[in-house]
Each structure stands twice: as structure tokens, then as C-alpha cells.
Design a protein around this ligand. Structure first.
Ligand code: F6P
Length: 342
């Protein structure tokens, strides 16, 4: 069998570890052949390929990003896109695809598999950790490490200057990165998309922190938003999957905090630093296991499945389950973190 591999959506640390594991096991154990498709769904759409054999995956385990490239191309929005993909897969003599991606990439994989008979196995990735049906996605742990280190560093400079420091983290519509890094870094306020914040309450926490002789650190998720009418928030342009580009809440928050508390407030936007660089050991371990199990699913002809982490086991779940609903932060977890606010 000849297997196509693609990585779609926002990149994250660990993608190369999946590719390496799938190719190594596929070639060595099952005698499979591989071809890489470049830049997510753009690859099979435009027949952009890259050789993918054991030589090609040597040394890539600790490397961030993806050797295959990525994009947010949505072939379902391209006229004749599905037919083009099917033709190109046939022309490349590809029997099945391993699609490594988040909600959007796997959503396309689900449609191609369920409605158009493409043989596909999914692997969940995203720093946002918002995919249902898996306990964790790889990339998330690395992002939390980056954000936690930043928070640790910001504490000392915030104290020196008696400033409120705001850290804006990614995560789209889920507050996982904010919650985990905020708790790990001892933030004094954590704001997540799942709970609209009250700016009066936020300023109260900031003032109480200053009153005790310390400088507050606020971790705000890029998708967090205030109660209606409290602050003006801009919405960014939409991508091919209809998602607005987020970012900017940190700056808005700092301006509002300064205005209301008369204390200096500054913002650090961590942005793509959370997605770049070498994966953490946990992400390498998880990504490697996902790659091994994805190729087992291919060998078994178990199409339309996604590999997932359940406890310490890797299981297979229907692809459709992964993208049906977003996995967001439950209120009970957020309540735990609130013990440390203010
Ligand atoms: O989904 C991963 C992610 O990093 C989100 O946290 C963020 O909102 C988005 O991608 C940013 O996308 P881009 O890199 O296309 O600006």
C-alpha cells in the first residue's frame, strides 16, 4: 500500500515526531510506502508532493514545525475540490491518507471519508487542546511550557516596577493554555473564553494584589471577552474555515486597567512563540505513539478513525466524534483556579 501523509492547520511542536513514527513503523513492520503531501489540503488539491521514506525522516524527532509544510486550505470551499483530490490521489497511486490536524483538517478528513469514500486515518494535533475525544493533543504541553516560563519571568520584573503585567496566550475559543500556564505560573487573574469576565472584578483583584505589596500577573486567553458593553473588542478577518483571527484583548485590557486603577499596566503577547521550537518530552512521546498507532490503523484498514489518548492508552475513535463539539474548560476546573485570584 502507498500512504499519503499531510499536516494541516496551525503547526505545532510534535508534527515531525508523528511523521517519523508512522514512516518508520509503516516501512519496517508493514512494508508500506509513503508520500508526503505539502501544505495541508493544498497538497492533494494541487498535487504537491514530497518524498517520504526512512531517510527523509531521520533526525526530525526534536524538530518543531512540520517538514511537510501546512496551510489552512479548505478544499470543501474550492469548486470541484473533492474531485481534484480524488483524481490526484489516484494519480499518485495513494491508497489511504494519514491526516494530521485539528478541528478543521480533521473535519475535512471526516467529510472525505464518510461522504466520498476516501480511506483516511486522523491524528489529533493542536496547541489549543480543544479536540474532543482525546484527553490531550500534542503541542499543548509545549505551549504551556513556553507560557509558564514567560509568566515566571514576568513576575520578577512586575515586582521591580510595581506594574500589572498582562500575558496574552493563544487557544482560540478554549482556555486550556491560559488555565494550565496561569495555574502553573501562579497568575493572579486568569481569563478564559468560556467565562465572560467582569472588568470591575478584574480591577478589584488587581488592586487587592497591589494592596498586599505585590504586582499582579493577568493571563488572558486570546478568545476571552468582557461582559456586554464593558469594553470595545475588535474582531479580525475570517480564514477559509470561517474563524476570526484573534488577538488584541491583552492590549485592550491593559488600557482599561490603567484607566480604572491608575496603575501602570503592560502587555506581553506570546503569539507564535507558543507554537514554535522543539517539542517537550511529553509531546514527543504522545506524537510518536500517535504516529505508531495511526499506521496500525492503516494496516488494519480501519478507515474513518482518529487515534486518541484515553488515560495512558491510545485508542481509536470515529473521526466524526473528534470534531462534533469543541472541548472547552469545564467550570469546575476554572473554579479551582479562582482560589488564587487577587
Ligand atoms: O489553532 C492554533 C492557533 O495557534 C490558535 O491558538 C490561534 O488562534 C491560531 O492558531 C492562530 O492562527 P494563525 O497562525 O493562522 O494566525
Amino acid at each position: 500500500m502507498r500512504i499519503g501523509v499531510l499536516t494541516g492547520g496551525g503547526d505545532c511542536p510534535g508534527l515531525n515526531a508523528v511523521i517519523r513514527a508512522a514512516v518508520r513503523k509503516g516501512v519496517q513492520f508493514y512494508g508500506l510506502e509513503f508520500v508526503g503531501f505539502r501544505d495541508g489540503w493544498k497538497g492533494p488539491l494541487d498535487r504537491m508532493t514530497k518524498p517520504l521514506d526512512v531517510e527523509a525522516v531521520r533526525g526530525i524527532l526534536p524538530r518543531g514545525g512540520t517538514i511537510l509544510g501546512s496551510s489552512r486550505t479548505n478544499p470543501l470551499k474550492v469548486e470541484g475540490g473533492v474531485e481534484r483530490i480524488k483524481e490526484n490521489l489516484a494519480a499518485e497511486e495513494v491508497d489511504a491518507l494519514i491526516a494530521i490536524g485539528g478541528e478543521d483538517t480533521l473535519g475535512v478528513a471526516t467529510v472525505l471519508g464518510d461522504q466520498h469514500g476516501v480511506h483516511v486515518v486522523g491524528v489529533p494535533k493542536t496547541i489549543d487542546n480543544d479536540l474532543n475525544a482525546t484527553d490531550y493533543t500534542f503541542g499543548f504541553d509545549t505551549a504551556v511550557h513556553v507560557a509558564t516560563e514567560a509568566i515566571d519571568r514576568l513576575h520578577t520584573t512586575a515586582e521591580s516596577h510595581s506594574r500589572a503585567l498582562i500575558v496574552e496566550v493563544m487557544g482560540r475559543h478554549a482556555g486550556w493554555i491560559a488555565l494550565h500556564s496561569g495555574m502553573a505560573g501562579g497568575a493572579n487573574v486568569i481569563l478564559i473564553p468560556e467565562v465572560t469576565f467582569d472588568i470591575d472584578e478584574v480591577c478589584g483583584w488587581i488592586e487587592s494584589r497591589f494592596a498586599r505589596g505585590y504586582a499582579p500577573i493577568v493571563v488572558v486567553a486570546e478568545g476571552a471577552h468582557p461582559k456586554d458593553g464593558q469594553m470595545q473588542i475588535q474582531t479580525g478577518e475570517l480564514d477559509a474555515f470561517g474563524h476570526a483571527r484573534l488577538g488584541g484583548i491583552g492590549e485592550r485590557l491593559a488600557a482599561e486597567i490603567e484607566h480604572r486603577t491608575k496603575k501602570e499596566a503592560r502587555t506581553t503577547v506570546l503569539g507564535h512563540t507558543q507554537r514554535g521550537g522543539t517539542p517537550s518530552p511529553f509531546d514527543r512521546w504522545l506524537a510518536t505513539r500517535f504516529g505508531l498507532h495511526a499506521v496500525d490503523a492503516v494496516h488494519d484498514g480501519d478507515w474513518g478513525k482518529m487515534v486518541a489518548l484515553r488515560g495512558t492508552d491510545i485508542i481509536r475513535v470515529p473521526l466524526a466524534d473528534a470534531t462534533k463539539t469543541l472541548k472547552t474548560v469545564p467550570m469546575s476546573l476554572y473554579e479551582e483556579a479562582k482560589v488564587f485570584f487577587g
